[in-house]
Ligand binder design. Sequence first.
Ligand SMILES: *[C@@H]1O[C@H](CO)[C@@H](O)[C@H](O)[C@H]1NC(C)=O
Length: 341
Amino acid sequence: MACRFLTPLLLLFAAAAATATFDSVPTTAFDEGYTLLFGDNNVVKSPDGRNVDLVLNRWSGSGFISSDLYHHGFFSASIKLPSDYTAGVVVAFYTSNGDIFEKTHDELDFEFLGNIRGRQWRIQTNVYGNGSTSRGREERYLLPFDPTEEAHRYSILWTAENIIFYIDEIPIREVLRSDAMGGDYPSKPMSLYATIWDGSTWATEGGKYKANYKYAPFVSEFSNLVLRGCRTSPLQEYPSAEGCAESDAELAAAEFSAMAPAKRAAMRRFRERYMTYSFCYDVQRYPITFPDCDVVPSEQEKFSRSGDVKVRLERIGRIRRRSNRRSRAPKRAVDGRQAQV
Ligand SMILES: *[C@@H]1O[C@H](CO)[C@@H](O)[C@H](O)[C@H]1NC(C)=O
């Protein structure tokens, strides 16, 4: 039964991988576009600078940042997440200008919130504009694959009109700019960041499970690094429209900007099956509806007032895990936590 339910989307991911249009987007080697951010000893580059491992051990996490800021862009990386017991481990791939605009920063995040063995990684996306941190616009999802088994591509498109988060070539979230969103729509130049760090206090089930360094080092592998868009200097809060016109046009013409009906349908299917939390349905935290929320009554029924999905997706997560386990060598049971799944 699990197979019948999951196969269509897995096929979709397989088909997307076969077409692989994103693979033709030029990549940027580490030394051409990025610099070290922290934990320098834990950033391990391949000799050609095309692959970068970010390591978290008991002494430090690590991270890198784009050397320039971008005003709109397409940011992408293939990421293989650390496997085994990764509670408390956070891997993040995001754009931000928090270093420059402390009170009015913009940010677009992919956050991978580690997990205890036998359970799935969860992914969160956030959208902040002009310091709207009290309105994080968070969403969380399960994945139709095991992100620790091989690398998958995670991408963020940011234009003047919309934001699209992609997993492989499936859009999983789109935010359309509207006047009603006002400054909540990111509008100032941002840098691209990739980090791994210890988020024990909150990452895994609200901090219930902490990082356990018996399983360190935790290694997250980055490759296919893509940085497209209008490079700007940190001093230009709002770069001139002319200065970015050419690169905006290039972004608009690219495959990743086209939201054809089939892609939008794939996005809807992904969200129906894998989204486990949406700020749009979290009436406990946000009593007022956001202008960018497209509240679908049939979808809303699946979510409780805390914005969490009621049951269905949790069950899918377990089913998929079980069928995965069957196809692999049995893992040794390390502690009793697995039994709680
Ligand atoms: C961003 O926030 C600042 C400070 O709250 C405000 O003065 C400014 O008008 C806002 N910008 C936009 C575009 O909303």
